[in-house]
Design a protein around this ligand. Structure first.
Ligand code: ASP
Length: 333
């Protein structure tokens, strides 16, 4: 996930938003017209959308779907790619640590039945998205936190390992020199992979995984593992996921808000824009120093994305093509 590189590339190639026409089928359509619309609906499946420059993760998810795998399996496999990517310093192994030097990971997953599993503040386990899935499928709970989550992961066969790579340790040590141990909200040191997929059966699932804000206070948890914050899926309507300053996403229950707006008839794009509006239009809100970005998809396969600032991008796999797209953004001035 190299967003700075992307900005340069995007402005050079003039990438634009991908849009798909609506595929609602109304009762009074003629059968000929219905056939045409249904074939459009088919052509949007399978579909994957994910935050940032996550090309390999999206390709991996798409390959699962093309083989007839479920949306749930696809988003798990896709997110695992970024969790294992040590160069991405905001997810999984190699994630930047908290201010005490501990890498703590947050993740959640949601299936087409509306089931949900999450883990919060987990140390020493790389594939927290898979642990979240186990919480959903193998426990009567929806969230496990800290040591309990780690013990559960180990009991399920996950290998504990040190997640702090030499590069992330070096960055943390450099941070300590100037930061005076203050957790700083800024727009540089975080990112998350949020991923939504529609499988060949038309079912929607989503997943979200992160190491959270770099150099956060020990114990801090953001939006990413919280239902309705970093992720929400309703198989009848669509799904949404967030990246950026989790505190602001949580205060506006962003992903749930987007799905509810789509339920009221808004397109994914309109819903993402309205959710960003909820944040930036608060009285006195100074959004210059933080970023929030949303992605969304509806049941008809329309996609949307919006962010406060320009440097937000996402990938969409549709019709056998994986496109990396510059998000539209609020702060155009
Ligand atoms: N949303 C994540 C969090 O607040 C971080 C990010 O996506 O940048 O933990």
């Amino acid at each position: 996930m190299k967003r700075r590189n992307f900005i340069k590339k995007a402005s050079a190639t003039g990438l634009g938003l991908v849009t798909v026409s609506s595929t609602f089928i109304s009762c009074d359509e003629t059968s000929e017209k219905k056939e045409a619309i249904v074939s459009t609906a088919k052509s949007i499946k399978p579909l994957v959308i994910a935050t940032w420059e996550t090309t390999l993760a999206v390709d991996t998810a798409a390959a699962v779907l093309e083989k007839g795998g479920s949306a749930l399996e696809a988003v798990e496999q896709g997110c695992r790619i970024e969790e294992a990517n040590e160069k991405g310093q905001s997810v999984g192994k190699g994630g930047l640590p908290d201010r005490d030097g501990d890498v703590t990971l947050d993740a959640c997953i949601m299936n087409e039945k509306g089931d949900y599993g999450a883990v919060l503040g987990v140390k020493n386990i790389m594939h927290v998205i898979s642990v979240a899935r186990k919480v959903m499928e193998d426990t009567p709970h929806v969230m496990l936190v800290g040591d309990g989550a780690e013990k559960f992961a180990v009991s399920k066969g996950f290998e504990p390992e040190n997640l702090l790579t030499a590069a992330s340790k070096k960055a943390w040590e450099a941070w300590k020199v100037t930061a005076e141990y203050k957790p700083i909200i800024n727009i540089e040191n975080h990112d998350t992979i949020g991923m939504l997929a529609i499988d060949k059966k038309g079912n929607i699932s989503g997943a979200c995984t992160t190491s959270g804000l770099a150099y956060k206070m020990a114990g801090r948890v953001g939006d990413s593992p919280i239902i309705g914050g970093g992720l929400f899926v309703d198989n009848e309507i669509g799904g949404a996921s967030a990246t950026g300053l989790g505190e602001e996403v949580l205060k506006t229950v962003g992903s749930f808000l987007i799905v509810e707006l789509m339920r009221q008839g808004k397109s994914p794009q309109e819903a993402c824009e309205m959710a960003i509006g909820r944040i930036v239009n608060k009285p006195g809100k100074d959004f210059k120093n933080f970023q929030v970005g949303y992605i969304a998809v509806n049941k008809q396969g329309e996609t949307g994305a919006y962010s406060i600032h320009e440097w937000f991008s996402y990938n969409v796999y549709k019709n056998k093509e994986n496109k990396h797209i510059q998000s539209d953004f609020f702060n155009k001035a």
